[in-house]
Design a protein around this ligand. Structure first.
Ligand SMILES: [Zn+2]
Length: 66
C-alpha cells in the first residue's frame, strides 16, 4: 500500500533543527530535510511523521550495515 501524506501537513511541517522544508522519500518512508547542511531524515510511522531529533537519521552519514 502506497504511503500517503496529507499535502497540507507537508506544507506546515518543517525541520525542527533548521526549519527548512521537507521532502517525502516514499521508498524509505522518511521525510528528508531539504537543507544540504542539515540533511536529517525523519521516519514516517503509520502515516505519521515522527518529527523528533532523537529519531532522525543523518543522511550525510554512510548507511549503517544491519
Ligand atoms: Zn533540517
Amino acid at each position: 500500500m502506497a504511503l500517503e501524506l496529507d499535502s497540507t501537513l507537508l506544507e506546515i511541517l518543517a525541520c525542527p533543527i533548521c526549519h527548512s522544508n521537507l521532502s517525502v522519500d516514499y521508498d524509505a518512508k522518511e521525510l528528508v530535510c531539504n537543507s544540504v547542511s542539515c540533511g536529517l531524515a525523519y521516519p514516517i510511522r503509520g502515516g505519521i511523521p515522527v518529527m523528533l531529533v532523537e529519531e532522525a537519521r543523518d543522511t550525510r552519514l554512510p548507511p549503517r550495515r544491519s
